[in-house]
Design a protein around this ligand. Structure first.
Ligand SMILES: [Zn+2]
Length: 380
């Protein structure tokens, strides 16, 4: 991970680079910022910079022996500590070491990792992820080894919030009397949840949210969004790259669902059975998948609910996307007291059957035909 791959935070990067140039790298630093701000990739980029054999004024070289290992997160002097729990794979005394392969894969795939995503990835269910006493013992062992290739041994600790008092105290002792040439980079999201004793012994590197304009420019480049859309998403996501990605994903599916729904209703109103068959086949295609089929049924329910709201007094249209407003004003009159209960039941049932592996092609055609009839019921 090079600095150039970390979004924004130019001032912080500069300060970190200067600390290396001026040889005043503090041995314990806390990179503080909310999830999605990039404090984890920033800490990794900093470690890579320190270890790089050919560093420039602004970044690590990305090509030397050290950088090549860093890019794969396999440098022998780079160590990670992160919260874990037991799982089907690691049943006893879970530690970071036992999950290091999954960790590397997760970071290489998405350096803006969230705790929820990590929990999902290692399949620990609802168990709370922790940095345990076993881990502190492991840290001691790791640090007693001499460095292999670099001047410094670096230990990046993600979520120091997850130390308990016992394991935290062990870490403190190490931070207070560190083996020489050892750096601790703690990556925290909420300083109030970090043990105060740890806080007081680390130098704070305030990372904070990504600036709106910078995030917006990255979104334009990375997702080919229009500037106005990127600006809106950047604003809504509050400088959080993960939230921004989620918003983009969400808005593209909504748009797709809206188009599918419109097409569906067009066939339903004209009563064109071959149109409904083609549409159902498309919905049943492997590319769609059960999860998305269910999401689409939910989306349809949302359209019916909004139609009812519109017909029965609440015309507040803030909840719906702008492309839906026009569609709804034409469509809403067809959803009313004489058919709404049956329509909602029809969709709830369909969702239930999709979950239980019903044949989607038959199911969607069946729903289409029933819906065609229900839409023809006169309003009371
Ligand atoms: Zn290098």
């Amino acid at each position: 991970m090079q600095f150039k791959n970390v979004i924004g935070h130019e001032k912080v990067k500069l300060r970190l680079i200067n600390s290396v140039k001026e040889e005043r790298v503090s041995h314990a630093q806390l990179f503080l910022g909310p999830e999605g701000c990039g404090n984890l990739p920033l800490a990794i980029a900093y470690a890579q910079y320190i270890s790089c054999l050919n560093k420039t004024e602004t970044d690590s070289c990305g090509a030397c022996d050290s950088c090549i290992k860093y890019e794969k997160l396999v440098h022998p002097d780079l160590h990670f500590v992160f919260p874990v729990a037991s799982s089907a794979e690691v049943k006893d005394k879970p530690t970071s070491r036992k999950y290091i392969t999954q960790w590397r894969e997760a970071i290489l795939e998405e350096p803006y990792l969230t705790l929820a995503h990590w929990q999902n990835r290692i399949e620990t269910g609802n168990k709370q992820l922790l940095i345990s006493k076993n881990e502190s013992e492991d840290i001691l062992k790791t640090l007693s080894l001499k460095t292999y290739e670099s001047e410094y041994k670096v230990m990046i600790i993600w979520y120091p919030e997850r130390f308990n008092i016992a394991s935290g105290n062990k870490l403190l002792k190490i931070i207070e009397e560190p083996p020489s040439k050892t750096l601790f980079l703690l990556v925290a999201q909420d300083s109030e949840q970090v043990l105060t004793t740890i806080l007081s012994r680390t130098q704070l590197v305030k990372v904070g949210r990504i600036q709106e304009e910078i995030l917006s420019a990255v979104l334009v480049q990375k997702y080919s969004l229009e500037t106005s859309v990127a600006q809106k998403i950047s604003h809504q996501s509050d400088g959080n790259f993960i939230s921004a990605q989620k918003l983009i994903e969400h808005s593209t599916t909504e748009e797709e669902f809206h188009d599918l729904f419109k097409e569906w209703m067009r066939s339903a109103f004209t009563g064109k059975v071959d149109g409904l068959i083609t549409w159902s086949e498309n919905m049943a295609s492997a590319a769609f998948g059960r999860e998305k089929q269910k999401q689409f049924l939910n989306y349809s329910l949302h359209v019916f609910r909004e139609s009812l709201m519109r017909n029965y007094g609440d015309s507040e249209m803030e909840r719906v996307a702008s492309n839906e407003v026009k569609f709804l004003s034409n469509f809403a009159p067809y959803i009313h007291g004489a058919n709404c209960i049956e329509i909602i039941e029809l969709f709830n049932d369909a969702s239930y059957h999709i979950e239980r592996n019903a044949n989607p092609k038959i199911l969607f055609l069946d729903v289409s035909l029933k819906l065609t009839k229900l839409l023809r019921v006169d309003a009371p």
